[in-house]
Design a protein around this ligand. Sequence first.
Ligand code: AMP
Length: 218
Amino acid sequence: MLGLPGAGKGTQAALLAASLGVPHIATGNMFRQAVAAGSPLGQKVGALLAAGELVPDGLTVAVVGERLGQPDCASGFILDGFPRTLAQGEALDHLLLESGTPLQHALYLEIAEERAVARLAGRRTCTSCGATYHVQTDPPGPGGLCRRCGQPVATRPDDAPEVQRRRIDAYRRDTEPLLGFYRGQGHLLLVDADRPPAEITRDLTALLRAAPAGGLAG
Ligand code: AMP
């Protein structure tokens, strides 16, 4: 799942993963949980997340590689927020080659930057499970609690405007080149992400049904 911060990757990845019955693997959530737990990984990545900078490729790929080796990933998964650099995209290809489960699709949620920024301004995130809400279009439950797990919902510190700017810059510099990478592989599927979530989910589901899995390489 590719797209600017605020494009709706988390929302769509969670819905698709649930409807396909596969895990939703969100590197940002994994890193935030590690920070909250104060684990060795959390201590390494905390300052980078707070600054809106990317975690180094080697560390990120190791975390994802470990996760993809778990049994619940055997029949597929949705990756959200990974890969985020060309080096990560290449490393993912290697991981998937080794496991004999080649990439099927790269889903690109296309949205104008000012629209994504507006969404981030209203975004609230569960401090425990990472579920996302929007103050106007999809508010959290009573008392500002997560409707999924009942824990408090808050503004992510890295959604603050100055950190947001750095995350968008990192996206433009490091992540956008992946669009050409996946287009070249024949894997890229594009949806207009500046629409209500349910419409986007409907289109993504239809695209996945219609597109031959595996692209040029498959
Ligand atoms: P996200 O929740 O996807 O917006 O990610 C939040 C933060 O986690 C990012 O701003 C990065 O600091 C870090 N992060 C998440 N995924 C990656 C990745 N694939 N590569 C490097 N850093 C990442």
